[in-house]
Ligand binder design. Sequence first.
Ligand code: B12
Ligand SMILES: Nc1nc2c(ncn2[C@@H]2O[C@H](COP(=O)(O)OP(=O)(O)OP(=O)(O)O)[C@@H](O)[C@H]2O)c(=O)[nH]1
Ligand SMILES: [Mg+2]
Length: 387
Amino acid sequence: MASPIRILTAVPICDGHDSAINTINLEFIRHGIEVIYLGYHRSVGDIVRAAIQEDVRAIGISSYNGGHVEFFAEVVDLLRKRGADDIKVFGGGGGTITQKDAAAMKRKGVDEIFFAGTSLEEMVKFVHQRYGKSRKKRERPKSPDMELARKLTEIEEAYAKSKRPTPNAQRPMSKSATRVIGFTGPGGAGKTTLIDELVLRFLNKDRQSRVAILSHDPSVIGEGALLGDRATMINSQDDRVFMRSMATRGQAGGLSPATESCLNLLAHSGFDYVIIETVGTGQEALPFRRQLVDQTILVMNPDYGARLQLQKIVMLDVADIVVVNKTDLERAKAALLEIEQRLTQNKRKQQIVATVAKRHRDAGVDELYDLITQDGAAARPPRRERK
Ligand code: B12
Ligand SMILES: Nc1nc2c(ncn2[C@@H]2O[C@H](COP(=O)(O)OP(=O)(O)OP(=O)(O)O)[C@@H](O)[C@H]2O)c(=O)[nH]1
Ligand SMILES: [Mg+2]
């Protein structure tokens, strides 16, 4: 089976009109397209970097606040400069883009502009027809990120075609200097928000390091997927971060069939850290088997139900660190106590950290960062003594 078409969508800088693109994204994913949604108020640089890292076929831009002729042209130009002009650009913006503007935009290299009144069906058809064919191999990738991005695509495509690993993918996970950290936990617990806050610390505290993120979201029945983590991960849109969004493509358990091979490649690509996020998981999930990661972090939401539910969460037995996020919520105190008691029964050296990931400079996230980087972790007293 062929791999789904991957498209990046975004709304330009100084523009908050995201309602149209949200509707279009949904229609795309229902028709087998994987959409990496970057969000609104996005710069040309962020859009092009994301498109290259995600190795998409095309970028769909929805623009309402003016400046579209220049903005679209800048995206096309930067793609060209980066040696990625095989990534195409299309978009729309209702009545704000006139026929005359659209003609100018096409002359500057934009593939297509859709006007008010176009049906969603027409847009889906366009994407399938224009971007559904296989691409030529890039002669010489202009940057290591571009080369890495294309290799990740090749791995995913090999799995989609044969459901079997490629020779490259079969290579067992061997040790490298890169630290691989796995984040898992129930849907909406705050994994993505937390990772983005940690990345900010990685970037600020060590001016040299590079981080890779492998982020998962579920595929829908129509085999498309909305890969929306970039829209939340504002800090991670940085040249020192290589981020790749993966759809589960029919595999249960929180990861994709190609995850292990992609992770293997990333772990041998010179990053200091590789962070992997599973989709929101259930009670029985154990996504990181076969020593896939060096450290496992379970992110919990204080609203897991009653104490009894904790007995059923298998990951609580194996996680190295349990993060109780959203400790700004009312139930957090009780949750912390209950989870701490549950971990005591395991008689393993598991750490528990309380965080509010949506708050900047949160002390709990600092503590988690220290634990991960092992900076002074031994010197810190246990949580209870500090509060
Ligand atoms: C809804 C809306 C809002 C909502 C936005 C909600 C949201 N989260 O998106 C709210 C009320 C918040 C809002 C606010 C503002 N808005 Co307003 N808004 C509109 C409105 C009424 C509709 C836009 C829309 O979503 N249409 C629905 C889509 C599905 O249909 P469509 O636009 O026809 O698009 C078609 C195609 O172009 C295509 N398409 C669109 N994008 C893409 C992308 C891709 C990839 C593809 C393939 C296709 C495609 O899909 C559609 C298919 O038929 C327009 C007026 C209008 N009638 O167009 C003004 C309009 C865009 N807004 C306008 C303005 C000025 C503002 C504000 C600055 C107002 C203010 N002074 O505060 C703010 C700015 C907000 C911000 N942060 O950017 C102006 C822009 C004028 C300009 N460019 O010169 C407009 C044109 C209204 C006007 N006539 O003055 N707005
Ligand atoms: N109250 C509160 N909300 C938070 C906190 N951290 C994250 N959130 C919110 O929780 C929602 C989900 O956050 P995400 O980071 O997307 O959660 P996730 O675990 O990655 O979600 P999935 O990947 O869909 O499973 C968002 O609206 C966040 O703003 C927090 O510490 N407190
Ligand atoms: Mg997430």
